[in-house]
Design a binder for this molecule. Structure first.
Ligand SMILES: [Zn+2]
Length: 247
């Protein structure tokens, strides 16, 4: 039943699309308790828990295209080709990696590896890996707010990020986005942190130079951002964003 639903979800996702070329599996891989169908493409190596070749062909077309778009933005230097594991039984994937129930995918950036539920949006997980390796510069500091924010901002899902964020702040209490930014214990509700982070990182992309934005990707802690933008300017940006958000 679960399998059938996922196949239907995948079929809906790719409805109306035709594969550029019919891809044939290039092999199989037996790991993590799964016999994966492997499809090697230019940008990524795909591992499917399912066996539908036609759906997998279309899936890889869409993801190759997504990769090209994001690569043009983030200019990543990956130490190895990105491996993309597409789980049909997502519960099994979550259990294998001991991930919480609500996630639809997760990236292991150092290992250049993504694990996703079959209907996960195109860009979120690959953005994690690409921003980690952007410009080939190592990461210096991490904040979940910035890290998830950029992945939401560039998930290639055609929704209004600010609208999603506004919706979230009507349902959860938020005094200032700096509370999310400084939340080192990562206890903020994900239903709040992700959409607000996404809208904020979209705002910052539109209001930063490339050098500033890329510096922020590598130096995500709030004090680091104050150094990049200058305290006064950053305070002004946060205040303008919070005004748009209706805080
Ligand atoms: Zn994420």
């Amino acid at each position: 039943m679960k399998y059938t639903l996922l196949i239907i979800a995948l079929a809906l996702l790719i409805a109306g699309c035709r594969p550029d070329i019919e891809m044939y599996p290039t092999g199989t891989l037996d790991t993590l308790g799964v016999q994966w169908m492997v499809i090697e493409r230019d940008n990524m190596t795909y591992y499917f828990q399912g066996t539908g070749v036609k759906a997998a062909s279309i899936y890889t077309d869409l993801h190759e295209e997504a990769y090209d778009k994001l690569e043009a933005i983030f200019n990543p230097t990956l130490p190895r080709k990105l491996r993309y594991f597409v789980w049909t039984d997502w519960q099994q994937g979550l259990q294998t990696y001991n991930e919480p129930d609500w996630v639809g995918g997760f990236a292991l950036s150092l290992q250049c590896m993504c694990n996703v539920r079959a209907d996960m949006n195109l860009g979120h997980e690959m953005t994690h890996v690409m921003t980690y390796w952007a410009d080939g510069v190592p990461s210096n500091s991490y904040s979940m707010f910035i890290n998830e924010g950029v992945a939401v901002a560039f998930d290639l899902h055609d929704n209004d990020k600010m609208k999603e964020a506004k919706n979230a702040v009507t349902q959860y209490t938020l005094n200032s986005i700096t509370d999310l930014w400084l939340d080192s214990t990562e206890t903020a509700p994900h239903e709040l942190l992700y959409p607000v982070g996404g809208a904020f990182m979209e705002y910052m992309y539109n209001n930063s130079s490339r050098a500033e934005y890329f510096a922020l990707l590598k130096n995500q802690a709030l004090p680091d951002a104050e150094t990049i933008y200058g305290k006064e300017r950053l305070r002004g940006m946060i205040s303008e964003f919070e005004g748009q958000l209706g805080l």
